[in-house]
Design a binder for this molecule. Structure first.
Ligand code: PXG
Length: 438
């Protein structure tokens, strides 16, 4: 079925140039493994695992079977005051795969909802400890924490904030993209000192007014910014010193992409709260979660009043949806049974060597990588930083490769099941596209 221009009007598409898209629609019809098939019947390599979601590859029969069975058995169950067994099974699996000390899970239905939930837990925690003035949040420039009001406020991508005015009360650390680190492989050498800005922010606002710091252990959306060596440890120390909760937003880094089950694991720093989504169901059904330690959970329980009282007035109609939980259990089983974290670790050096060959191509101003994630910054057109990545992305698509463009970067994040040839072909397609535009 070919849709007419008129039929494309009703759907206002998210984070999309609607006018350009509707004049040049890019429509997928099916997917298997590492490939989509589009409406023209062309195979397209999935160079971003969906939107950082589908690391185990598309069309995983284990997930399809679990979801189908769950739809037949219990398609919905009220999440408030009633439950079903799968959410407890999934919560236990998540606790097993995340660092020790994180042992409770609050379910949401997306990454953005997980971030706003984590921010509310942080404020609620201090409130229940009798410190209701600890409300301010600290984020980081170039941080992406989804699109809800809290997440936009702590986020640091100006384009995503400019239209919406003031949201939550937040201050921001500098980003960690330093000139001296250009073309670093893996974790950059310089930049740990940037964590010390947190001390200055604490001086400015007072630790007694600050609820939490939220950062992505590796910034994904801003164009794959791995943390400088020792930077996250330093943030952890300063948060401990001043009684500030540390939130890792692991919506992209959670469940495999870093060559570890979490970014916390990969970088050896444990936060107080962790937000996850995306890979938790291999992208099949919307589901997110906040994972947190017993100290925080107990503060709510201990101050919750009579036992029939709700300790945390928060939750979503689709929190722990049974079908999403079935998908989550199946997806995390695939991750462990197929040893996909090992696969990421094996393929990461191949992606690293391949992507850094692009360093002398036209327009490339920086390249960064870690695990199965790579970001390539491109020279701006005067006053139009986002145009060149868009042009390169479309060229790649002509060649049968889906890559992500965002801001002034291209992002690559192939599925965990990728092989060496596929990585080399993906990078070659980016290289050829750059040459053609020169
Ligand atoms: N936090 C982080 C760190 C994310 O990367 C969200 C929160 C929000 O999740 P939801 O599920 O509400 O979208 C994200 C989402 C990209 C891209 O291409 C990144 C995201 C979403 C779509 C595209 O970089 N990140």
């Amino acid at each position: 079925m070919a849709l007419s221009r008129q039929q494309l009007e009703a759907h206002w598409m998210p984070f999309t140039g609607n006018r350009q898209f509707k004049d040049n629609p890019r429509l997928m019809v099916s997917a298997k493994g590492a490939y989509y098939t589009d409406t023209e019947g062309r195979e397209i390599f999935d160079g971003l695992s969906g939107l950082w979601t589908c690391g185990a590859g598309h069309g995983r029969e284990e997930i399809t079977a679990a979801v189908s069975k769950q739809l037949e058995q219990l398609d919905y169950s009220p999440g408030f005051q009633y439950g079903h067994e799968l959410s407890f099974e999934l919560a236990n699996k998540i606790v097993e795969l995340t660092p020790s000390g994180l042992d409770h899970v609050f379910f949401t239905d997306s990454g953005s909802a997980s971030v706003d939930t984590a921010l509310k837990i942080a404020r609620g925690y201090w409130c229940s400890l009798g410190q209701p003035r600890k409300t301010k949040f600290i984020g980081r420039i170039k941080g992406y924490h989804g699109v809800n009001y809290g997440g936009v406020g702590v986020g640091g991508i100006e384009f995503n904030r400019a239209m919406f005015g003031q949201t939550v009360d937040a201050d921001h650390l500098s980003h960690t993209l330093l000139d001296e680190n250009k073309f670093s492989k893996g974790l950059p050498e310089s930049g740990a000192h940037l964590a010390d800005e947190l001390e200055e922010i604490v001086l400015r606002h007072g630790a007694e007014n600050i609820a939490a710091l939220i950062v992505e252990p590796l910034s994904g959306t801003a164009g794959v910014l791995p943390p400088p060596k020792a930077y996250l440890n330093r943030l952890r120390e300063i948060c401990n010193k001043h009684d500030i909760l540390l939130i890792f937003d692991e919506v992209i880094t959670g469940f495999g992409r870093m060559g570890a089950f979490t970014g916390a694991d990969a970088f050896g720093v444990t936060p107080d709260l962790m937000t996850v989504a995306k890979q938790i169901t291999n992208g099949t059904i919307p589901l997110g979660a906040v994972v947190l330690g017993a100290g925080i959970y107990d503060a709510f329980m201990d101050n919750g009043g009579s036992d029939y009282m709700v300790e945390f007035p928060h939750g979503y109609t689709y929190s722990a949806h049974p079908v999403a939980c079935a998908a989550g259990i199946a997806a995390l089983d695939i991750l462990t049974n197929d040893k996909l974290v090992d696969s990421v670790r094996a393929m990461a050096p191949i992606l690293e060597s391949a992507v850094h060959t692009l360093g002398d191509h036209p327009y490339v101003t920086d390249i960064r990588n870690y695990g199965l994630a790579a970001g390539i910054s491109l020279q701006h057109y005067r006053g139009e930083p986002m145009r060149r990545p868009f042009e390169v992305g479309l060229k790649c698509l002509e060649k049968g490769f889906y890559v992500r463009w965002g801001g002034d970067t291209l992002q690559l994040a192939p599925p965990f099941i990728v092989n060496e040839t596929q990585i080399n072909d993906l990078v070659a397609a980016v290289g050829e596209s750059l040459q053609e535009l020169a």
